[in-house]
Every structure is written in structure tokens, then in C-alpha cells.
Design a protein around this ligand. Structure first.
Ligand SMILES: [Zn+2]
Length: 435
């Protein structure tokens, strides 16, 4: 399959045009009379650059009852992603060159998306000694993003040293901002709902105080900081202040924090148990506004698959996290595009161009332009359907959106010119590459 013609797509949500792909690269954009071996009729579909996730838990090695690199890559493709960053909290932890290379190689072998391993900041996520950051950076996986996600780098000395170290080679530390002492046994957002339900509260200051400390640490050593899954209006204020001051900070928000609130916890369904917790309608509003005005740079999924044994149980016993790759674009459309807060061109920026730039993933700086690798996502924005397990392509079913009507459907995904999703279904790319 050497040439593909995508006919009549709305390019970045704007005027309709064709996209011609030759040998994995976009060779023409606009009105064309070129013919191709494969023609995709994209009338009514919006063409976006392939989506890039900076925050995915693929669970391999060690968590294959929840997800593997293969099943997580399928979930990513189904959601319109062509690159994902795999978080380091696997078993063993991705804290050495050997482990990140194993993950990187398995991603290449599966071939559905670009899998970029994230390296741990501290050895074994133990928070006591720095991991082999230099070794991971120099490895075949060329790691540039480092995170202890799932845990916060709480020690200020270690955090400063990590920031300083990664800045020597253009890397970034992605912090899971959660003061551990302020969140001992915390179960949900601290507020009137937690008081009513009798669940231990998770105060906003546990997140905001760490972000405030970290932006000042980043400033003091002239390093770049990325803040994972911002969940409160106060965090947005701190980040806005830091950016105004010229501090090199970027921030992400998850789709679920752009839609759901702690009111969802009233039914005690563990599907709504997530870290950081769902906050309030005021926070959701502030987070949406922050994406629209650029204070929050990107949307990242925090795709956190769990087997039913750790979700189909009591609230207290359940694991934190929800799957998010397949539903990310529908939630973004629902919360931000259909509400008029952002355009599809903005979506291309915060779900592809900017996350690729933060993660140093090449090929995403000129979306849908001639000469770029053909990473393309075609979405039908007029589609509406009730969300269900049939929309999930990964191994776990812990979605909080079951039975909710959502807009948008990813119809086709192309990864370097190879269709990874056709008519809404994940393809066997290795078979296709051999054709
Ligand atoms: Zn996290």
C-alpha cells in the first residue's frame, strides 16, 4: 500500500480538501486529481494530525492482567493516537536503560503507535535515590521525559537535582503533584460531598503546594517542569502566575477532569475513583477555561487500566484510575469543542503538536502539511452514540462513561501512512505492511 488518497476531509475542522500519502509521508494537500491505490472517502470527517499522549499506563512489564503494550497500543490507535508515552510505574519499574529499551523495542514490534518510554526519576520509584537518568537518556529509547507518576517526588533536594540533571540534555521532569503527608488514606476530593459520604478527603492544597514548590525549584535551576493531571482551579492560578513570571512550566489536564465532578462518587462506584480525585464544577470550569486560554498546554489521558478484580469491589478496596485512550477525543469534543471553547485547530495543538513537542517526538510540528509523516486521524464529529465496552480496544473495561451518550467517533487512524484503524476497527498492521 504505497499511495493513499483521503478525499474531502475538513482539514483541522476548516475547509474541505484532499490528503495524498505516498510512502508514509504526506505528499499533497488540497484539491488534487491524483489517483491512489487506496481511496478513503472522508466526506463529513474532520482530519487531525495523529494524537500524541504524554501520559499512558501500558502496564507492561508486570501488569499484563490489566494491559500490555499490544493491547494498550490497540486502545491508543482506536482513540486516534499515533504516539504514546508509557509511564514508568511498571513492575519492574522503568528505571534503567535495559528496561526502557525492552519497552521501546516491544512498541516497535507491535507497530500500531510510537511507544515512547518515560523513565523513572528515582530508583524503583522509591523517592530516595535518582534512577539512572543519564543511562536512559543515552539508551536506544532516547528517554527525555522522566516521572515517578503514581507517586510524587516529595524530597525537594532530589527534585531539584533531577530538574538540574535533565536540563543538561533538554529533558523534562513530569511531576505527579501530591503531598503524601496531606493525602494519607485520602479517597476523594475534600469537600461537602466527602463529608456527607464519610470518605477521607483529599485537600486541593496537597496538589497546589507541590506545584508552587516545583515551579520555584524549576526557576532556581533554570529547568523545564511538566505538571501532570492538574485538577484544581488553584493549581491553574499557580501555573498562570509561573508562566507570567517566565518559568518554563507546561501542564496537562485529563479528559475526565474536564467533565466529571465529585458528585459522581455518590453512588460509591469505584469507576469514579481516580488520582487525583474528581473535583467540583467550579474546578471543571476553571480547567476548561485554562485549556482554552493556553494556561494548560495539553490534554493527556492518564489511561489507567485495571482488571475487574480491583474495580469490581468496594470503594475502599478499589484501585485508583480509569481507562481513557479511546474516549479522550469524544470527551474533548463534548467538553470543549461542542461548547464553543476551542476549535478543532486548537485540538490539533493541545492533543498532538504540543504534547509531541514536550515529549521531543519528531514529525508533529507541521500538522497535515506536505512533507510531514502521515500520522492522520479522521473523526466523525456528527456521530453520537451511547458509550459502551464495544468502544474499547484495550484489555480493561474500567471506563466511567458507560451508558453515557457521547459525540464523535474515530473512523480512521493512519500511523506513518499505515491504516491502524479502518471504519472504526483496529487493523492488523503487520499483515498490511507485508502486502
Ligand atoms: Zn499520576
Amino acid at each position: 500500500m504505497n499511495t493513499i488518497l483521503i478525499r474531502g476531509a475538513s482539514l483541522l475542522g476548516e475547509s474541505a480538501g484532499d490528503i495524498v500519502i505516498a510512502n508514509g509521508v504526506i505528499s499533497e494537500v488540497g484539491k488534487t486529481s491524483t489517483t491512489a491505490e487506496v481511496v478513503i472517502d472522508a466526506t463529513g470527517l474532520v482530519a487531525l494530525p495523529g494524537l500524541v499522549d504524554l501520559h499512558t499506563h501500558l502496564r507492561e512489564p508486570g501488569g499484563d492482567s490489566a494491559e500490555t503494550i499490544l493491547t494498550g497500543s490497540r486502545a491508543a490507535a482506536q482513540g486516534g493516537f499515533t504516539a504514546v508515552h508509557a509511564m514508568a510505574n511498571t513492575n519492574p519499574v522503568a528505571d534503567t536503560a535495559g528496561i526502557v529499551e525492552t519497552i521501546f523495542d516491544r512498541g516497535l514490534e507491535v507497530g500500531l503507535v510510537e511507544v515512547r518510554p518515560i523513565g523513572a526519576v528515582t530508583r524503583g520509584l522509591g523517592g530516595e535515590q535518582l534512577a539512572d537518568i543519564g543511562g536512559m537518556a543515552r539508551s536506544r529509547a532516547k528517554v527525555t521525559v522522566f516521572s515517578d507518576d503514581g507517586k510524587c517526588v516529595g524530597d525537594s533536594v532530589l527534585m531539584r537535582r533531577a530538574l538540574e540533571y535533565v536540563s543538561t540534555f533538554g529533558g523534562v521532569v513530569a511531576q505527579h503533584a501530591q503531598d503524601p503527608r496531606l493525602t494519607i488514606d485520602a479517597q476523594m476530593n475534600e469537600g461537602s460531598v466527602s463529608a456527607e459520604l464519610g470518605l477521607a478527603g483529599w485537600p486541593r492544597v496537597a496538589e497546589e503546594s507541590i506545584i508552587a514548590r516545583d515551579v520555584l525549584l524549576a526557576e532556581s535551576v533554570g529547568a523545564r517542569l511538566h505538571v501532570c493531571h492538574v485538577s484544581t482551579a488553584g493549581s491553574v492560578d499557580v501555573i498562570r502566575w509561573a508562566k507570567k513570571r517566565g518559568i518554563a512550566v507546561t501542564a496537562e489536564v485529563t479528559p475526565h477532569h474536564l467533565l466529571l465532578t465529585d458528585e459522581s462518587v455518590r453512588g460509591y462506584s469505584p469507576l469514579f475513583k481516580v488520582n487525583p480525585p474528581l473535583r467540583t464544577a467550579t474546578d471543571v470550569e476553571a480547567l476548561r477555561a485554562a485549556v482554552a486560554d493556553g494556561t494548560i498546554d495539553i490534554v493527556a489521558t492518564d489511561h489507567a487500566p485495571h482488571p475487574s478484580s480491583t474495580k469490581d469491589c468496594t470503594w475502599a478496596d478499589a484501585s485508583f484510575g480509569m481507562v481513557g485512550l479511546e474516549s479522550a477525543l469524544p470527551i474533548v469534543q463534548h467538553a470543549l469543542v461542542d461548547t464553543g471553547l476551542v476549535t478543532w485547530a486548537d485540538v490539533a495543538r493541545f492533543l498532538s503538536v504540543t504534547p509531541a513537542s514536550i515529549g521531543s517526538v519528531s514529525g508533529y510540528d507541521a500538522p497535515l502539511r506536505v512533507g510531514s509523516p502521515a500520522n492522520v486521524t479522521l473523526v466523525d464529529p456528527s456521530h453520537r452514540s451511547v458509550w459502551g465496552p464495544d468502544r474499547l480496544a484495550g484489555k480493561s473495561n474500567n471506563t466511567p462513561y458507560a451508558d453515557r451518550e457521547l459525540p464523535g467517533r474515530i473512523v480512521h487512524t493512519l500511523f506513518r501512512g499505515v491504516p491502524t484503524v479502518m471504519d472504526g476497527a483496529v487493523t492488523d498492521v503487520n499483515e498490511m505492511r507485508n502486502e
